[in-house]
Design a protein around this ligand. Structure first.
Ligand code: 5GP
Ligand code: MG
Length: 188
């Protein structure tokens, strides 16, 4: 491990090769499922940035990509009550009419963020369908009652805070090429 992060990382949960293998599998599934259909991948920034970049390159079909911002964590570890969406303009929105949408997010935790996004897209415009892809699913905190029908899931992880491969802690650690748990001294 390199010096700048070796003192910060407690454990590597999912290494780079494992991430890449699984993302390619998901890309192949999407290729097969959406064959011949107009597909738009909506990327939930910034956490899903690297996952989405790798995922779309594993999809062997034409597609469009648009970003959207969803904030509920605001840089810390505590989840906030409401999810604020931003960054999508009217042109991008109208361009989604009658297209098949795959929402790509980093983590499904309570489901609040994805539920908000799905409701937003189904209320605002007439999309042909909405599928959801997440890199990580946390199984333990679903009691909040936000049902999300996951079509593509990278990995199930335990209910602990993770960083890397796009996921941050207070804005940092996104550039770690693996998924890791930080030392307690870093996050306390
Ligand atoms: P939910 O709305 O499902 O409760 O939370 C999902 C959002 O919380 C994710 O999109 C992600 O931004 C953030 N999140 C949840 N767990 C983690 C985590 O372990 N690490 C980081 N960096 N973000 C997380
Ligand atoms: Mg997020």
């Amino acid at each position: 491990m390199r010096e700048w992060y070796e003192s910060k990382v407690a454990e590597v949960l999912i290494d780079q090769a494992t991430l890449q293998r699984r993302v390619v599998e998901l890309g192949e599934q999407i290729t097969a499922d959406y064959e011949g259909l107009p597909l738009t991948v909506v990327v939930v920034m910034q956490g899903a940035l690297f996952f989405a970049a790798d995922l779309v390159r594993a999809v062997d079909a034409p597609l469009k990509m648009i970003p959207i911002q969803a904030s509920s964590y605001h840089g810390g570890k505590a989840s906030r009550g409401s999810v604020v969406l931003s960054g999508i303009d009217d042109f991008s929105l109208s361009d989604l009419v009658d297209r098949h949408v795959v929402l790509v997010d980093d983590v499904l935790d309570t489901g609040r963020t994805l539920r908000r996004l799905i409701d937003y897209f189904t209320c605002e415009i007439q999309v042909a369908s909405i599928g959801v892809a997440v890199l990580l699913r946390k199984p333990t905190r679903r009691e909040a009652g936000f049902e999300v029908d996951l079509r593509y899931c990278g990995f199930d992880v335990a209910d602990e805070f993770v960083v890397g491969y796009g996921l941050d802690y207070q804005g940092e650690y996104r550039n770690l090429p693996f998924i890791a748990v930080l030392n307690q001294e870093v996050t306390k």
